[in-house]
Design a binder for this molecule. Sequence first.
Ligand code: BYC
Length: 330
Amino acid sequence: MYAQMIKTASTGVKSDEDMSDLERQFQARIDAGEKIEPKDWMPEDYRATLIRQMGQHAHSEIVGTLPEGNWVTRAPTLERKAILLAKVQDEAGHGLYLYCAAETLGVTRDEITEMLLDGRMKYSSIFNYPSLNWADIGAIGWLVDGAAIMNQVPLQRTSYGPYSRAMVRICKEESFHQRQGYDAIRACAEGTDAQKKMAQDALNRFWYPSLMMFGPPDSDSVHSAQSMAWKIKINTNDELRQKFVDQTVPQAEYLGLTVPDENLKWNDETGQYDFSQPDWGEFFDVVKGNGPCNVDRLADRNKAWDDGAWVRDGMMAHARKKAAAKIAAE
Ligand code: BYC
């Protein structure tokens, strides 16, 4: 079961005195803005943090294909179907780059996949919500990919070289995804009354889960301080959530849709929107495995893994045969 518990916010950042010489040299490289490469020395906690975050990120891309894949056969036009299919393929590709990047840290793709399948590793909470109608596909592209870009653009500057380079390509594709989502929901919002209602309903259901994608409030974020000291993370969860709200509210206004938050208000003093926090109780519950789709998502991924076993076995057997033939020829 998907039930890894959230730790309490107690993790501090290692002070200079507590570091070994190697750790101090490592921190100096980070502070100087150098990239860390796979063969460089790194603290074990840095490696573990990256495997956790990159693995979780890769799993999110793969699990994220499920709510969208659900609508490929029911897209309203051939053009929308072709676009959605290409987008879903891109997301699967992002998962693959990230698995490859994670493998440079000494973990295999099979190992981290198994950790997803038996619930030891997480994926983004957002994908435990269902996609109920076509406007949800617009909302996912607009809001979910919009939140993803907000989080991922700074990750292009993350300190681990392979992760940073993977993010450059991923961000280019995500920005196309966000636009296709906005265009799909715009078509609904400008359509018949029924279509407009569908677009509003999608915004109502996806708004707060999208805000949750940035992680718990900074006061409850266990990893932020150390991850930011290591430049694995560049911004805090709350900073990115605020930027997302500031960027998205005018987009909703342009569509003629209402963000489902009575407290949403422009604040002249801060130059930002004031907004309501999501229900953090719901977030922690979803992350523990109790969201509307957790069981289905993991069942789908487990089935895909089991159904694909013969392909993996066949490819391994072929690779062994080729290697043996090469040795025999030498
Ligand atoms: N869902 O200390 P914190 C996509 C966990 S893919 C579930 O703040 P951190 C897309 C967190 O793991 C989007 N769990 O953590 C794909 C930790 O638990 P553990 C995925 C969450 O790592 C297809 C605990 O809560 N993007 O966009 O410093 C189609 C405490 O949190 C969530 C990435 O993965 C969550 N939302 O910060 C469309 C980006 N939030 O591990 C779109 C890379 C927190 O100790 N990841 N938790 O058991 C990150 O930037 C960071 O990992 C996070 C969390 C900001 C997500």
